[in-house]
Design a protein around this ligand. Structure first.
Ligand code: B4P
Length: 182
C-alpha cells in the first residue's frame, strides 16, 4: 500500500472530500493547505489577516507562507500522508521536492481528479463557502488552468499520475482511489 499521496485537480473536484475519507480509512495524515489557511482566518491570527482577502478573491496565497505551513507539518513523524491542494504551481513543486528529500519520504502517487467545469461550478455554488460565488469561482478556475494544470503533465512524465474520474458518487470515487493505491 502506497503511503505518500497527492490529490490534484480543479477547485471543487472533491480533493478535500476524498482526502478526508481516505485519511479516515488509513489514518494517514491529511494535509490540506486550504483548510489550514481557513483555520488561521477563523482564529483571526496574523497569518489569517494576511491571507483573508487573497483567499476571498480566489487568488493563491504566497508560496513562502504555504511552504512554512507544509514544512512544519511534514517534519513530524507520521504513518503516511495525503497532500490536498499543495502544490499548486511549479515553484511549489520544487519546494515540496526539497522538503521531501530532506525527510527522505518520496511522493508515490498523484491522483488527478478530473471533472467537467460545469459540474464543479454547480458543486461549489451549492456549497456556498465565502469563496464559492460566481466571480470568485471564475478566478479560481482561471488560476487553476494557468498555474496548476501544468502539474498534471509534470507528474505524468514522472510516471506518478493516476487518473480518477471525479464526476460520480463519493463511494465509487473512493473505491477507485483505494484500488489504485494497492
Ligand atoms: P482548497 O481548500 O484547496 O479548496 P478547493 O480547491 O476549492 O476544493 P476541493 O477540490 O478540495 O473540493 P471539496 O472536496 O471541498 O482551496 C481554497 C483556497 O485556498 C484557494 O483558492 C487558495 O486561495 C488557497 N490555497 C489553498 N492551497 C494553496 C496553495 N498550495 N497555494 C496557494 N494558495 C492556496 O468539494 C467541493 C464541494 O463538492 C463540497 O461541497 C463537497 O461536498 C462536494 N463534493 C465533493 N465530492 C462530491 C461528489 N462526488 N459528488 C457530489 N458532490 C461532491
Amino acid at each position: 500500500m502506497k503511503k505518500h499521496l497527492l490529490f490534484l485537480g480543479p477547485p471543487g473536484a472533491g480533493k478535500g472530500t476524498q482526502a478526508a475519507l481516505l485519511s479516515e480509512a488509513t489514518s494517514y495524515l491529511h494535509l490540506s493547505t486550504g483548510e489550514l489557511l481557513r483555520k488561521e482566518i477563523d482564529l483571526d491570527t496574523y497569518l489569517g489577516k494576511q491571507v483573508k482577502d487573497i483567499m476571498n478573491k480566489g487568488e493563491l496565497v504566497s508560496d513562502e507562507l504555504v511552504l512554512e505551513i507544509v514544512k512544519k507539518i511534514l517534519a513530524k513523524d507520521n504513518n503516511g500522508w495525503i497532500l490536498d491542494g499543495y502544490p499548486r504551481n511549479l515553484s511549489q513543486v520544487n519546494s515540496l521536492n526539497e522538503v521531501l528529500r530532506n525527510i527522505n519520504q518520496p511522493l508515490e502517487i498523484v491522483f488527478y481528479l478530473d471533472i467537467p467545469d460545469e459540474v464543479l461550478i454547480k458543486r461549489l455554488l451549492m456549497r456556498g463557502r465565502k469563496d464559492d460565488n460566481e466571480e470568485t469561482i471564475k478566478t479560481r478556475l482561471k488560476i487553476y488552468k494557468q498555474t496548476t494544470e501544468p502539474l498534471i503533465e509534470h507528474y505524468k512524465n514522472l510516471s506518478l499520475l493516476e487518473y480518477i474520474n471525479a464526476d460520480g458518487d463519493f463511494k465509487t470515487i473512493s473505491t477507485d482511489i483505494k484500488q489504485k493505491m494497492a
